[in-house]
Write a protein that binds this ligand. Structure first.
Ligand code: KG4
Ligand code: ZN
Length: 367
């Protein structure tokens, strides 16, 4: 079956087409339109701006994804009365109407869309388009949990053994999930304040780096200096699987303000911020791996693009003799491929929902 998946939970507009049967699958297309340059000015994601960009980008991204998949055909689709799905007349509605009037229904069997968690206005953009397409093309829809997709897709595609422990680390989330089988997933640890990516971004900003801070800190941490700084490893020794990163941010604030050192101090800080975050993430994850006798460990989310974190995970997985699933960097960050794969499984097991009941669920939990 061919699945068209839409992901707009944060700041990337993503659409993929997946051709999948039980035994084999092929991604016919995967388009990601990044908004980083727009949010840089604000030093972080601006939710209203993100939604406005999604509304502008969605139809062009849809066209690209269909074209790449060989499914874009000139003609016309039935344009059902879709206006009522749009709160006000929007660029998305205009673009979508024009698109439907000029293109026939593609040979797609199922629609998938991220329902949450994420930024409410961003989620609504993708959902509104999915709803309208379901109505006009008479397609079934499967809503997908974004965090679940981050670990479920690699686990499913690579036939991971159970139990499995997943660490999902991004700008908005830091969660440890225990999966007993493909159907049972439980969050066993989470951040009590800032997410790991948020900590990278906020400390980077204190040091004068631009957004997103994680890659900037990683780059700077590779430079040489004799200077050394000591930063705390929050909650490392506590007997639970939770995280906390706001104390690390405060420590950076005071050290940076009170110490002297210019560029050398900045390099030392970058090295130590990265080392502290990597150490806490790795140790807590492998504590769970040991205590839950996990056979597979999965790393996902934007922060897992960090080379130091990937290296530490590789070393620890080898030492603990567990199978490590670490998707390529482009699959670690937000994408619609993971939404399509997760939707396939959910469709087989739970079917679809009435498109009219689709809604954004910014605080959607894993169940
Ligand atoms: O998953 P993602 O693309 O978007 C969401 O937050 O949903 O993750 C973005 C986060 C940002 O906080 C960014 O600083 C961080 O991932 N990040 C990194 C690296 N690349 C992205 N953090 C550390 N090292 C990196 N190389
Ligand atoms: Zn994500």
């Amino acid at each position: 079956m061919k699945i068209l998946a839409v992901e707009t939970s944060c700041d990337d507009t993503c659409i993929s087409v997946l051709d999948i049967e039980d035994e084999k699958s092929v991604f016919l297309s995967d388009i990601v339109s990044s908004q980083i340059e727009i949010h840089k000015e604000w030093g972080g994601i601006h939710p209203t701006l993100a939604a406005r960009e999604h509304q502008k980008n969605l139809v062009p991204v849809l066209k690209k994804a269909l074209k790449k998949a060989g499914l874009l055909e000139k003609g016309s689709s039935p344009v059902e009365p879709i206006e009522k799905n749009f709160k006000r007349k929007s660029v998305l509605l205009d673009n979508l109407k024009k698109f439907l009037e000029n293109h026939s229904e593609p040979k797609i069997d199922l629609l998938a869309v991220t329902a949450g968690p994420g930024l409410d206005p961003s989620l609504w953009s993708g959902i509104t388009m999915a709803k309208a397409l379901a109505l006009c093309w008479d397609l079934e829809v499967v809503p997908v949990n974004h965090i679940k997709a981050h670990f479920f897709a690699p686990l499913y595609m690579q036939d991971g053994e159970f139990p499995a422990i997943s660490l999902i680390v991004s700008g908005g989330h830091t969660q440890l999930v225990l999966s007993s089988d493909l159907k049972s997933h439980r969050v066993i640890g989470r951040t009590r304040d800032d997410a790991a990516g948020e900590c990278f971004d906020k400390t980077a900003r204190l040091l004068g780096f631009s957004y997103p801070g994680g890659p900037e800190i990683e780059k700077f941490a590779k430079k040489e200096t004799k200077k050394e700084v000591d930063l705390p490893r929050p909650m490392l020794k506590e007997d639970n699987y939770d995280f906390s990163f706001s104390g690390l941010k405060t420590a950076v604030l005071y050290r940076w303000r009170d110490m002297e050192g210019g560029r050398d101090l900045k390099i030392a800080m970058a090295k130590e911020i990265q080392a502290a975050i990597v150490e806490v993430l790795t140790e807590k994850t492998f504590k769970a791996v040991k205590e839950k006798s996990a056979k597979t460990v999965i790393l996902g989310g934007g922060v897992s693009a960090n080379s130091a974190l990937r290296k530490r995970f590789k070393q620890r997985a080898k030492k603990e003799k567990v199978n490590l699933i670490m998707p390529d960097k482009d699959l670690c960050t937000d994408n619609a491929k993971m939404i399509a794969v997760t939707a396939f499984y959910e469709y087989k097991n739970n079917g679809s929902i009435d498109p009219k009941s689709l809604k954004a669920r910014p605080n959607l939990k894993i169940s």
